[in-house]
Write a protein that binds this ligand. Structure first.
Ligand code: NAD
Length: 269
């Protein structure tokens, strides 16, 4: 997809990867609707992004896992810029450690990390099929291909996000809908530091597992990789290329990979 002139929505757009992605999309000529939970943060993000794409960025605060909010984002984009070309389902939560993860951790993780993607796709797909084009960008995680040490809620819901992105691509890829799935390891954002700085030992262990497995990238570095991948319409976006090797090892010998993960976990304690 050509980013120049495209109309995009970015969820989690006040956060690390989301605001960096919004910035890069604007720099490449797109118009962007930014959404996140906190109205003040959204307003501040839009104000700073105005410097990059004056008149091409607007914000609307709300919960992207709620269908009426997603519809409001689509309507706002249409009214200000035109029909949505690219939906970046980027918002995510890292809630819950171990089997002690609460029902509410599970519920929120499923809502934001998975159902938010499903609800947006449900609203956008009919229009995309009619136009014969549309781009669904899912921010999952390397945890969605491998696992997340410490957090079953994160590991499971990110696998589900990858599975949903795959399903979208298989089902609609021959009818003009392009799907990409972003699967980074460590990125220097509030989500990663909430793990490294946590009082919870399992959360710290999980963050250490991420930071020791590969380099920690800056959000703008990730956004650069994403914008390039959108141009090339690549499904799997791996800002940390070593993830592909880990994923191959998992696929080629699952038991060996599991044993290696257990050994790796033991080294972190
Ligand atoms: N930082 C990493 O190391 C890393 C690695 C792999 C994947 N990811 C994924 O990248 C995405 C972006 O995370 P980040 O690292 O930029 O962290 P972040 O915490 O800076 O950004 C996440 C943003 O999502 C927003 N959000 C959460 N729930 C929302 C909801 N219901 N509606 C709207 N916005 C909501 C948060 O307010 C926050 O601004 C997430 O999906 C995360 O799981 C991050």
């Amino acid at each position: 997809m050509i980013v120049d002139g495209a109309v995009a929505i970015v969820t989690g757009g006040s956060g690390g990867i989301g605001s960096a992605l919004a910035q890069r999309l604007l720099e490449h000529g797109a118009s962007v609707v930014v959404t996140d939970l906190d109205a003040d943060h959204v307003a501040a993000t839009v104000a700073s992004l105005e410097a990059v794409g004056a008149g091409r960025v607007v914000g609307l605060a709300g919960d992207c896992s709620v269908e009426v909010h997603v519809q409001a984002l689509i309507d706002l984009a249409a009214q200000r810029f035109g029909p949505v070309d690219l939906y970046a389902a980027n918002a995510g939560v890292g809630l819950g450690q171990g089997l002690e993860s609460s029902e509410s951790d599970w519920g929120a993780s499923i809502a934001v990390n998975v159902l938010a993607h499903v609800r947006a796709a449900r609203l956008l797909t009919p229009g995309w099929l009619e136009r014969g084009r549309g781009y669904f960008l899912s921010t999952a995680s390397a945890a969605g291909l491998l696992t997340q040490i410490g957090s079953p809620t994160y590991a499971v819901t990110k696998h589900a996000a990858v599975a949903f992105a795959e399903w979208m691509s298989v089902t609609y890829g021959s009818r003009g809908i392009v799907v990409s799935c972003l699967c980074p390891m460590g990125v220097n954002t509030a989500m990663l530091s909430s793990g490294t700085d946590s009082d919870d030992e399992t959360a710290r262990l999980g963050a250490k597992a991420v930071t020791q497995a590969g380099g920690v990238l800056e959000p703008l570095e990730v956004a650069d990789v994403v914008v390039k991948a959108i141009g090339e319409e690549t499904f799997l976006i791996l800002p940390h290329p070593e993830v592909l090797e880990y994923y191959r090892r998992k696929g080629s010998d699952y038991d060996r990979w599991l044993a290696g993960m257990r050994r790796y976990q033991d080294t972190l304690a």
